[in-house]
Design a protein around this ligand. Structure first.
Ligand code: G6P
Length: 620
């Protein structure tokens, strides 16, 4: 949510900053802006709408060439997505420029204070107070190296809420400073040049050497002095250095029309990489990154899975497997509700937080609540060094690679696999499953990349079907057992991408209400569980297909190879390879992603950046 870039070094700052913004645009795209420091003057350009609008403005009136610059791509919170509210925001004298991600919760009090001192505000944002406060703090800070950083510390101590702030001062041409609390910020270290970014994508084209910043820390990047990190009191802090394990090419479209299509195509690799190094030679599991002792894992008597959006759906699927394999009760909850209902947590509770970005504020707050209550927290995350894994007791990374499209696809599959590894590991450590049982499931997991590849090879009819559904007003998704959360995810993908009303239901609930929605021609997508799923659940879903068809629905059935029972009641059958019951979501989710993508594309929408959404939601 909101992308931030900063640069100091010998290159033309505007080029570097714009390139960074292009890679961060998935974080928010309501407006964009840049500021460049040249010849002691801060020059800015900002524009509502996507980055392309700003680029158009700059093509007509470029900014002077400078070697220090900041940029921002916005997902609006305070103040509508207008030119005026776009960042950077300047202090009244134009000497300070600030970009911000997060929400300054006490901004109203601070704004009143600035106004009382005679400052006139030019935007409705919470951010602008930071620019004015910083200018005032700078004036009060003694001259000398580190002056802007000290002013930033003084201001940050007064702010409440969540913020990453990056600031430039016209008097410090080779310096940028930044501060972070509850919002992401990483530092890129190049050769005589330094970068700031909401994530490493901002500078991956220039360097893979990065530094993590902790909570309540201020960083100064300066061409001469390099990188200096302190806490808010000014004490030096040694940041953690790491090397990014992917390169700029991984963040390009690679010949696909949309990032999402590329990411859908990368799913066999994402699944394979998430399994890589974790499946032992003997058929067991090796999970070194899970930093909880075997005794801790044996003591667990309850599991909560807590996450948002697509990651929540991965959690819902995980419940079936973890409970089945470990016999430990599992509850799954959306992170935004979790801490407010006072869940019962203690030392023997394992809270699994799932987050692609590792920055989702709702999930982060749920994690902190769980830790306050002494629960053990295990993060399943795709972004190395992000806040959620850093604050968790243990972490299992999904190695899906960078995901740029706002709607999650490859991370979803990788999250399900990672959750399964956790469930199986628990069963292994607790001795609930014999080694040969674990080995048999591990063998099933190993076959998944090929199974996903097989599904992808057959997607042309699904794309065609998508084109024929582009005028639908509503599409319903049904599933039962593990196919129920898959139906929820199918509906979410369609809402996100195609802006069509869609709902997912447990097929058994149909008769308790939703069936009233079915009208002549209503498309209903039914995800059919394996005929080998427990207690005739398959037969019941086949009956559900008949029930909706009898009421006029156009039925689109996702069923495994060889399942002939569905044929008489399906207007369209999409085949997926035969997989064990619990593995089925990994293959059945794929056609639903492709379908949503095809419908959105036919309707002419931006598949990668749907309206009103952001990939990384860093406000509650
Ligand atoms: C946003 C994104 C969703 C994502 C959710 C959770 O709403 O638009 O695609 O599923 O956040 O994100 P996370 O990074 O925590 O998995």
């Amino acid at each position: 949510m909101c992308g931030i870039v900063g640069y100091v070094g010998p290159q033309d700052a505007l080029d570097v900053v714009l390139e960074g913004l292009r890679r961060l645009e998935y974080r928010g795209y309501d407006s964009a802006g840049v500021a460049v420091l040249a010849d002691g003057i801060l020059a800015t350009a900002k524009k509502a709408g996507k980055l392309a609008n700003l680029e158009k403005v700059l093509a007509e009136h470029s900014l002077p060439e400078g070697t220090t610059g900041i940029g921002h791509t916005r997902w609006a919170t305070h103040g509508g997505p207008t030119d005026r509210n776009a960042h950077p925001h300047l202090s009244a004298d134009g000497r300070v420029a600030v970009v911000h991600n997060g929400i300054i919760e006490n901004f109203a009090v601070l704004r009143a204070e600035c106004e009382a001192a005679g400052v006139e505000f030019t935007s409705e944002t919470d951010t602008e107070v930071a620019a004015h406060l910083l200018a005032a703090a700078y004036a009060e800070t003694p001259q000398g190296p580190g002056r802007l950083a000290e002013a930033m510390r003084r201001v940050s101590r007064r702010l409440e809420g969540a913020f990453t702030l990056v600031a430039s001062h016209a008097d410090e041409p080779d310096t940028l400073v930044a501060s972070r609390r509850n919002s992401p910020l990483v530092v890129g270290v190049g050769d005589g040049e330094y970068f700031l970014g909401s994530d490493v994508a901002a500078f991956i084209a220039h360097t893979r050497d990065a530094l993590e910043l902790g909570q309540d820390q201020v960083v100064e990047i300066d061409c001469e002095r390099g990188v200096t990190v302190t806490d808010l009191a000014g004490n030096r802090v040694e940041p953690t250095a790491y090397t990014v394990d992917w390169d700029a090419a991984a963040a390009e479209k690679g010949g696909h029309d949309w990032f999402m299509l590329k990411e859908i195509a990368e799913q066999p690799q994402a699944v394979a990489d998430t399994l890589l190094g974790r499946l032992g030679e003997d058929g067991g599991l090796v999970l070194d990154e899970v930093r909880l002792s075997d005794q801790d894992l044996r003591d667990i008597d309850k599991v909560f899975v807590v996450s948002c959006g697509t990651s929540y759906h991965a959690g819902l699927i995980a419940k079936y497997a973890i409970e089945h394999w470990t016999r430990i009760p599992v509850e799954v909850e959306v992170a935004s509700e979790f801490r407010y209902r006072d869940p019962v947590l203690d030392r023997s509770t394992l809270v699994v937080v799932i987050s692609q970005s590792g920055e989702t504020m709702d999930t982060l707050m749920a994690l902190r609540h769980a830790k306050d209550q002494k629960a053990r927290v295990l993060a399943i995350c795709n972004v190395n060094g992000s806040t959620i894994p850093r604050e968790s007791d243990a972490v299992l990374y999904t190695h899906a690679g960078p995901e740029v499209a706002v709607a999650s696809t490859k991370s979803f599959l990788a999250q399900i696999v990672a959750c399964y590894l956790v469930g199986l590991f628990l069963a292994q450590v607790r001795g609930i499953k014999y080694a040969d049982e674990v080995a048999a499931i591990v063998a099933d997991l190993r076959r998944l990349p090929d199974a996903v590849r097989e599904v992808l090879d057959r997607m042309e009819p699904v794309r065609e079907l998508g084109r024929s559904l582009a005028d639908a007003d509503t599409i319903l998704f049904l599933g039962r057992h593990v196919a129920f959360p898959v139906a929820l995810e199918g509906a979410l993908k369609l809402k996100e991408l195609a802006y069509i009303h869609a709902e997912g239901f447990a097929a058994g609930e149909l008769k308790h209400g939703p069936i009233a929605l079915i009208d002549q021609g209503t498309p209903v997508v039914v995800v059919v569980p394996s005929p080998r799923a427990r207690e005739s659940v398959h037969g019941k879903v086949v009956s559900n297909i008949q029930e909706v068809r009898a009421r006029g629905a156009r039925t689109i059935v996702i069923a495994e190879e060889g399942d002939e029972d569905v044929v008489p009641f399906a207007d369209h059958v999409v085949r997926v390879p035969r997989t064990p019951t619990l593995m089925a979501p990994i293959v059945t989710a794929v056609p639903l992603q492709v379908l949503a993508c095809a419908i959105a594309d036919t309707r002419g929408y931006d598949v990668d950046q749907p309206r009103n959404l952001a990939k990384s939601v860093t406000v509650e």
